[in-house]
Design a protein around this ligand. Sequence first.
Ligand code: G6P
Length: 366
Amino acid sequence: DDYELGGSADFMSKEIHEQPTALSRALSGRLNERFATAHLGGINMDPRELRAIRRVKFLGCGSSYYAGQMGAQLVEELARIPADAEPASEFRYRNPVVEADTLYVALSQSGETLDTLAAAQELKRKGGQLLGVVNVVGSAIARECGSGIFLHAGPEVSVASTKALTNTATSLAMLALLLGRVRDLSTADGKRIVAGLRRLPDQVAEILAQEQAVAEVAARFADTRSMFFVGRVRGWPVAREGAQKLKEISYVHAEAYQASELKHGPLALIDNTMPTVIIVPDDELLSKNIGTIEEIKARNGAVIAVTNAELPEGLADAELRVPRNETELDPILFTIPLQLFAYHLAAKLGRDIDRPRNLAKSVTVE
Ligand code: G6P
């Protein structure tokens, strides 16, 4: 184990810090500047077939499902095709309507998650068009899907997924770019996304270099019993993933909510014992998110803002900073400080970070 850890305190920390290199591998050879698109050799569909897709559905469990939600947003934004994500575990049991012109995409780091495999098998039985976005080559889901995108994240050991989620979301950004470029995404916009994707590995490294600052914020909130994680649109899957990470490794209760829905119930829980982590990209929803922070502050709730915007001085109690990229790619970067936040809060509480109680790295049984 010592050898594999290579000096890191645990696998989660090692894998968090591997993200810039893991990301570079995922992007390597897959971006085409000249045609402003992605080249995904594992997808055996010609432009005509890609154009015939009328809907995209992402299926996965846990962090893979949240990455799918990020992917759905990217597909709608870049390709203007209706897209959504659903837990594979729900999909497989609800006798879903399978449509011929929908592209189904199974997402799995391990390639062995039983629910995701069962969903893929059900789709094959019903004649659905299926791709796999998988890390482990030769795994059951990779074999079942037959074509798709490999993550090239390298082995992931920590139960809490980090680099696999980052590479999944990035792979789905490339898929969205490809689907967009056979439709109406302009060359200029395609180039903008290609350049943005290329910047990601260095920007992730930039976030990781601020680890100490994130650790200090986490320590300030380590005696909290419950937290909200809120975001809007692109920020919503980020909030869900951030809450999930915190729960699973620190055992602190965390609830993710759409920031826009707070006032329809959860705001009643806000007081000085309930901090909120809010995802605040500098995008078209910035003023809405600032409004949400003000509503929380008016109820004496502490606010930790994950942001690349210049927020009014003193508005948030703490800020976790993220570099600027193209807004469509924000979810990929905004997830990183939340990994560090959960990690350091759990470390402060003395948790067994790589092996959280009651959880398994891959759930291969019912
Ligand atoms: C388990 C792990 C999660 C992971 C999920 C899906 O619940 O604890 O970290 O996201 O399985 O795993 P997969 O290998 O299919 O991505």
